[in-house]
Every structure is written in C-alpha cells, then in structure tokens.
Design a protein around this ligand. Sequence first.
Ligand code: AMP
Length: 516
Amino acid sequence: MNLAHLLQRQALLAPDAPAIFEGTQQVATYGQWGQRSATLAARLHAAGLAPGDRVLLFMRNHPRYLELLLGAWWAGLAVVPVNAKLHPAEVEWIIDNAQVRWAFVSHDVAPRPLAGLERQWEVDSDAVSALLAPLPGQAGADPAITPRGPDDLAWLFYTSGTTGRPKGVMLTHRNLMTMGLTYAIDVDALQSGDTMVYAAPMSHGCGLYAVPHLMAGARHVVPASGGVDAAELCALGEALGPLSTFAAPTIVQRLVNHVEQAGLTPAECARRFKTIVYGGAPMYRADIERALAVMGPRFVQIYGQGETPMVATALSRQQLANHSHPRWGERIASVGVAQTPVIIRVADALGLPLRPGHTGEVLVRGDTVMAGYWRNPEATAAAVRDGWLWTGDMGSLDADGFLTLKDRSKDLVISGGSNIYPREVEEVLLTAPGVAEVAVVGAPDPEWGEVLVAFVVLRQGTPDSAALDTHCLAHIARFKRPKRYVFVEALPKNHYGKVLKTELRRRAALSPPACG
Ligand code: AMP
C-alpha cells in the first residue's frame, strides 16, 4: 500500500485529464503530475534520501505542494507539513525533532536558511523546476513506486502541545487511505468532474483532501492568492465550478457575507459551489442556519482532529437540510454521527461508555486513528489507550448517535480554525521584561470564534500592550498573539495556587474589546 498508487492509477487511466490548477490556469494533467512525482522520487533517491526519511514542506498553498507530496510518497518518504504561519524558530524545533534533512519552502515564509537542514529548496525556483523535469529517457511515470506497508508513515503532522511543545502525529498510508475512502461515503459522493479548491492551509486537514480527490481523478485548484478570499473563491467557482472546498467556520461566515453582499441566489451559489465542508472549530447554530438560507444545501460538517484526520463524525448535507425533522434544531447544533470507519464513545474518566444525554470525553476508535506521536511514547500512551483515541473533547451522544460537543478538556483555544495552546503563549510572555505572571485564556469572538486574552501581572514597569505584542511577534507565530491584554494586580488562584482559568474566561468574556 502506497498512496502514490492513487496517482499512478489516474496517470495511466486518464493522462490528459486536467489535474492541477493555479487559479484558472492549468499547470498539470494527471500524466504530467505522475511524471513529475516519479521524477522527483528518483532524484530524492539519487540524493541519498531513503524510504522512511522525511521531507518538510514549509510553504503557502502552492500547486507544487501536490507534486512534492506525491513525489515524496512515490519515493517511500513521509512528508512533514508545516503551518506557513509558524515562526522560523518553531519550524527549526520541528526540523530537529523530526530529523528532517530536506525542506521545500516558500521564500516569503522562510526568507533565511533554516538551521539543521542539508538542503532548503525554494518552491518557485528553477532548481525545483529542474527536480521535477523529466529524467533523460524517462518513459511516463517511471521509476516504480517504492513499496510501503499500511503501517508506514506518510504524513507527520505537528500539533501544538499542552506542554508548550508540539507533538508529531504519525499518520500512516492506511490512515490516509481510509480517510480518503470515507470522504466518498460520509462527506461527498465524488466524480471525476469534481473540482477541489484548496483555500484553507494545505499543511492541515484541507491538504489531505487531495487523497479522496485523487481517488476520483478530480481537478485540484490552488487559488492564485494561495489563501482564502471570498471574492476570489466565487470568481473561481464561476470559471471552474461547482467547487468543493473545506473551510473553518470563520471562513464560511466570510463567504456567506460576501455572497449576501454580492446578491447571489442559492441557485447561483449552486453553480459555483458543489460542497462546502466545514469543521475544525464550533459552528454556531444561527450561523449555519444563515449559511443554509443564503447559499442553499451545500454544506457538510465534519468533526475530527489531527490524530484522526477529518474523520470522527459527520453531519451530512441531507441531515443539515432536513428542516422537517422534529429534532432538526438539535441536530444542526451537533457534529453529526460517527463516520463509517470509526466508532465513537462518550466515556467517563475510566473509559467506560456513558448513557445517551450524559457528558463525558469523546473517544474514537478505527483505522483513521494515528499510529502515535513521533518519538513520544508517554504522550502516545496517554492519548491512545486500548485502541481508543482520547480526543480531549467533551460531548454527549443522543439516542440516535448524534454527538454534541460541549467543551474541551484540554486547555485549547481555537481561533479562526487554528489551534492555540495558551501554555505556549504564556511561556513566551513570561520571558518579556517586567512580566511576573501571566495567564492566557480564550474569549468568544463573533469573527474568529475565539480570541486570546492575556491577563498579566507586572513585576516592574508600566502596562504596555504594544511592547508585549512586539515580544510575541519576535517569538511565536503571528496568529498566536493575544488580541487583548488585561493588566491585573494578581491572578485569581485556588488554595493550591492553581490559576482559576474558568474565572479568567468569565472575565475575558465580559471585558470590552478595547481593554488593556
Ligand atoms: P486539529 O487537530 O487542529 O484538527 O483540531 C481538532 C480540534 O478542533 C478537535 O479536537 C475539536 O476540539 C475541534 N473541532 C474539530 N472539528 C470540530 C467541529 N466540527 N466542531 C467543533 N469543534 C471541532
């Protein structure tokens, strides 16, 4: 089992079929994609990289992402996708932890050489074009794909950790093959004429949607901006649609706002968008109701996490659209039912199943659950017990198997679909001059879902939010910075000296946006 066979199959079946687009511009047919990935594989081997080695992708969304990903798999290597918004120091930590020798980067996200690498390739460079150019005398998609076992590593995805250091989630060929097949059953019926557009970061779950769309021989479109722009998406939909895409709730809201302002009818939306998969953070009931009213029944919700990528539950298009169901209101506020290859359990602290209606931790079991955390047996043993993945999310099942999420047991904030562990930000703020104590919590925000609010106790000096913001910018990714600072005399604590984060969350939700 090697995921690269999915590409080889399409390259043989339909070599002239359009495969990869940058904006509306076709940049590869399936035949060319197969050739380039096979060529890259040969050059990776020639350079001394061996099956099982890892290559890092630290770049914005880019059409070459797909060629590099499949080329690495073709050679039997695993990919380490890195969020383009990370600070170079954070990426260097990952390079060291994952023992990476080669990285492909976008110039703007990695303007300087990253420490610890043997080779750093700038994705738009002639050197990378040369890596993908046919080998002398190459026939089609040769050389042969390096065989891989189902349990071999394909994707090593770093998720932020509660300990302040990210953990490498090991996803295997079996995990991703199962994820791909599941998409066609639980999320969207696929056809070769489908068009997947990568608006959300390809380094995250959205990039993995290359797998099901590769299985179907669909078109893969990377927006020219490389990012999420509602107007651009609508224009792409007009040119190449109907599009399928994945978006965090924040982005869905932006798209709905744009569609409303542009005065598009649901029928006009249907010509531009086939399926909008949303997930990654809570979607409020009022927001999905509005999205359905404005754009029509083209939404599917998924709930998953890096450790069981895109696959835990799904709320189907039909379930979302079925207004006449007596429990429709509850259902659209839920995250749906278990996807086909997994079972879901809501459990007590011992892992025993709770009855419907009772809240406990959400556990997932099945072939999409990760092989473990990279070189971190303690964290793996804590997260996967007797085959069950402990998600850290709290929820309850109803009698029909619909899961409603309540809260997270982990101290995690999700802002605009990006996960931020407050501990990581606290550690950085504690190194700022004059800061004695700090506690960071999430506060509800209409645009981002949640934003970070930092409560700061100063040892000396005067409150200066701008200085703390500059300090964060120098050490962590931009999106992890607190949006607000509240300077306090002391942090509220319990008898054991543990900061009362629940109290701070309450205060943060009350405090006016401009405070600090
Ligand atoms: P990540 O590992 O970055 O994919 O983040 C996974 C976390 O995002 C989950 O553990 C949940 O807390 C949250 N999440 C994912 N999907 C949903 C959803 N549909 N609704 C609410 N929260 C979600």
